[in-house]
Design a protein around this ligand. Structure first.
Ligand code: PMP
Length: 337
């Protein structure tokens, strides 16, 4: 029996997530595709790791004192992670979020006791963008720190020091490729750097949704976006500090339709209810697996990130009216419901 040791602090529940072989994706790729179950974190997403590292770093630097406040601009998951860690450590949380994110994330943040500030979605260059609004709020609040997940490299350090060594150990040092999409870029950069430190031949691929500029940046050097995506938490238009020097060997661009295909497949055939970024990650992992197999590599193993739970998107991804309103295909079992 594979049983984990008991923990003496709830904070220790973050990380050490299970890794699972994805049967459908493995069949499609002709090799092993493994999913890191980040939805198994206490806040149900990969961003709990980031929240823990950022808060710990602020404590160590002496910026965050007992009773202090953590302020962040986030698509939601980082905020949920921050609220949980802040509650466990005795801090207050203020979260600034674009008002087009899922209602479940907003309700969850309020339920966790975070103060929620909703702003209209706008371009990064606009001073009212959620990131800039959160920085200003942090500056104006006594005893507050700004988490700054996009440009605070404590974020990618979380993945360098935890996600990458966990994957290496779970796959017993036999891994050929890793891929995921980028929001802040912390996961792809930190996990990529960490895995390359074990074996520089591990291929690191960025999987970009439509509407993001990184596919073009890594392919041609130019930050340019095409199309759009409804995926939450991913899709970056600039090189954040977390993305600087990320060891990206190759890149894929994946549509929402392809991502939704994998979300549907994993739910109906494997019993995993996930968000769209996970579906996009799995689509990228299948591409990377096929690429490595086509080069004649044997016993190929690729890992990716199952970033958050689908229960966070019942009003969007799993709602036929919402899917139709976005011009996206409706899962056939929802069509019949
Ligand atoms: N998927 C989801 C659902 C997310 O919330 C995030 C974080 N914004 C990501 C993927 C991307 O992670 P990162 O910020 O580390 O690039």
């Amino acid at each position: 029996m594979n049983i984990t040791k008991p923990y003496r602090s709830t904070i220790e529940l973050i990380g050490n997530t299970p890794l699972v072989l994805l049967k459908g994706a493995s069949e499609a790729a002709g090799c092993e595709i493994w999913g890191k179950c980040e939805f198994a974190n206490p806040g149900s997403s990969v961003k709990d790791r980031t929240a823990l590292y950022i808060i710990r770093d602020a404590e160590e630097r002496g910026d965050l004192k007992p009773g202090g406040t953590v302020v962040e601009g986030t698509a939601g998951n980082t905020g949920i992670g921050i609220a949980l860690v802040a509650n466990a450590r005795g801090y207050k949380t203020v979260i600034v979020m674009p008002d087009n994110q899922s209602k479940e994330k907003m309700d969850t943040l309020r339920a966790l006791g975070a103060e929620l500030v909703l702003v209209p979605p706008t371009k990064y260059a606009d001073c009212n963008h959620f990131v800039h609004t959160s920085r200003r709020l942090a500056e104006e609040t006594e005893g507050a720190v700004w988490a700054n997940q996009f440009d605070n490299t404590a974020n990618r350090k979380a993945h360098l020091e935890s996600t990458a060594p966990e994957l290496w150990e779970q796959l017993e040092g036999r891994i050929d490729g890793f891929t995921c999409a980028a929001g802040s870029g912390g996961t792809i950069a930190g996990t990529g750097m960490g895995l390359k430190a074990f074996d520089e031949n591990i291929r690191i691929a960025l999987t970009d949704p439509h509407g993001a500029a990184l596919y073009s940046y890594f392919a041609t050097g130019e930050l340019k976006s095409e199309g759009s995506s409804v995926a939450e938490g991913i899709g970056q238009g600039r090189i954040t500090a977390n993305l600087e020097g990320a060891p990206i060997d190759t890149q894929f661009r994946v549509s929402d339709e392809e991502g939704l295909h994998w979300v549907a497949q994993m739910l109906r055939e494997e019993g995993l209810c996930l968000g769209l970024s996970s579906g996009i990650n799995v689509a990228g992992a299948v591409e990377l697996g096929k690429q490595l197999v086509a080069e004649g590599r044997k016993d190929v193993r690729v890992a990716t990130i199952l970033a958050d739970t689908g229960f966070r998107y019942l009003s969007t991804l799993y709602n036929p009216d919402w899917l139709r309103s976005k011009g996206l295909p409706v899962f056939d079992w929802l069509e019949q419901a």
